[in-house]
Design a protein around this ligand. Structure first.
Ligand SMILES: [Zn+2]
Length: 66
């Protein structure tokens, strides 16, 4: 039977048994490592990037009634 103290899935980063507090990771270190993969672009993000600088500011609706 499964031990309630350990999950079936090991840490996806280092393959150690995952800890309940950091599931599915074994530690904050590994959770941060996974988060870092998102920022480094290891995961593909669908959709086009939205660049507010690309929009001409003069075409934005002005709200001048104070
Ligand atoms: Zn780990």
């Amino acid at each position: 039977m499964a031990d309630p103290q350990t999950t079936a899935s090991p840490c996806p980063i280092c393959k150690k048994p995952s800890q309940k507090a950091y599931r599915p990771f074994c530690s904050k270190r590994c959770a941060d490592a996974d988060l870092g993969k998102w920022f480094s672009g290891a995961y593909a993000v669908p959709g086009e990037p939205v660049d507010p600088e690309a929009l001409p500011p003069q075409e934005r609706p002005q709200d001048d009634d104070a």
